[in-house]
Design a protein around this ligand. Sequence first.
Ligand SMILES: [Zn+2]
Length: 640
Amino acid sequence: MASPAEDPKDATPTTQVQNRAVLDALPFADTQDFEDARRGFLGTLPEVEIKNDRGRVVWSLKEYGFLGEEGAPPTVNPSLWRQARLNMSHGLFQVTDRIYQIRGFDISNMTIIEGDRGLIVIDPLISTEVARAGLDLYITHRGRRPVTAVIYTHSHTDHYGGVRGVVDEADVRAGTVEIIAPAGFMEEIVSENVLAGVPMIRRAQFQFGATLPKGPRGQVDAGLGKVTSRGTVTLIPPTRIVTAPIETHRIDGVEIVFQLAPETEAPAEMHMFYPALRALNLAENATHNLHNTYPIRGAQVRDANAWARYLNEALDRFGRDADVVFAQHHWPVWDNHRVLDFLTKQRDVYKYLHDQTVRLMNHGWKAAEIAERLALPKSLAGTWHVRGYYGTLSHNSKSVYQRYLGWYDANPANLNPLPPVERGRKYVEYMGGAEAAIARARRDFERGEYRFVAEAMSHVVFADPSNMEARRLGADALEQLGYAAESATWRNAYLLGAFELRKGQPNTVARAAISPDVVRAMSLEHVFDYLGVRLNGDRAEGRRIVINWVFPDLARPYVLNLENCALTYLADRRSERADATVTLDRATLDRLILRETTLADAAQGGLARIEGDAAKVAELFSLLDDFALMFEVVEPKRPA
Ligand SMILES: [Zn+2]
């Protein structure tokens, strides 16, 4: 029986041949990683299904049961299949004396160190529900002890969001729980996640594949772990910031040497060495895959050169004294000679990526050409932990190019091309119409030329999104690219692209772009920057509004100025010519940003005072856009 046109299809003979070739090219007989991923296992939860207070499942490994099969199906690259199976290891694990990890309760790991009085929790996952469940699992096996400190290794949500699941903020305020983070931590959370938060969340669906059905023809993994948890995201600001390149502290009786590693996997990140335990924690800079110098969800590009430099410093400073190295994702590597080998290769893969891209750039190659040429050196190609399950050499090398030279390849034909819809229409016209283009693409599809078929059909879809034949053929091509991809993030992107071409954009309710804790953590500068990016430039045309803002609890006045469709501000200033002066405290401002109240209601309730022309304040707020979390990606944007 033929399956409906909208269902995922099987791997074509071309894809099957490609995937079979992977079996011969890579050292599948080397099963050390499987031993390491199991080592120290103490216990787990059945299927690790975790719900929130309202009974909604926020994390589950149930749907991944199909990964019990050892051999990869024809629809999954065998190298990725192997990684997806490794990432299924879940539960509480002992890493070494006093160090434990919760794995498989989220995309990231929560590390727990047994201190003299209680527990040091490192990176409490994305959401409170899974962090709580992880801590409970630890307590079941090791007994109840208080959390005495939390350490955030870096400024990404999967390393702090569950903090309220493991500590009470009152204990932090009372000084009984210390929270430690690297320099720049709070700044970077806001600048990475707030201003461009909405498109990052939508684009992250393509990177992680969270909205895809799971299965051999769907999502199997995210490379770095299974997928992201969907519970309550929180943040408690740090009480101690590590600011020197190397700082040593005794935290709850455990000596920790902190090594700052800024501008690496995150703009604010740090490594840790525990000398007495002979253990090295590299946060997220040395994991069991090539990481991203540019995640395809979109982000400012990262510095591959700095990444290699900080790994080299860690290797030099701590390597000889480490019997185990681990990260806040994946599984540890034990024994000093293996630790040194692991660190050397991790260091070199980022250095190679950086240097070879820049070398080819200097020879005049363009980003797309460099990405096509670059391959792992033979001495690294058979090393599992540097393979591209998360980042790829291809898109990472484009980000190295971008860091130095930007998006433009210097060919003026590409300086100001037509935008997607107009370009699509011209391509279709030049190709002799949609029907002719589809007929040619079908022949190319039969020959396995999926990359170009996907591109050509995208032009037809942008010219006419109602062309179902083009959508289906484009989807078929993306799907085969996904089945052959070694990178989980590429697979997810291709398969979600195919899914949305076939079925349209799902009505997914994505999580809010900003959590209440992050709003509270924003500086006033961040708040006004955030208002600035919400200003609708078209509707602001011709308006001139000046408002003084007074925050009695912060003792800092601000003046906000709208002219030329641009919203600017100055701190510690008041304008004599202001249309109005708004007086309110910071907590009320937070509620305004979170839309829990309006300025008019706050004024009525006595939480804000408006002097002068209140209508001007209302006018300014009326010019601010709201952003919908879902938008079209694989087809033209529909007018709102
Ligand atoms: Zn992470």
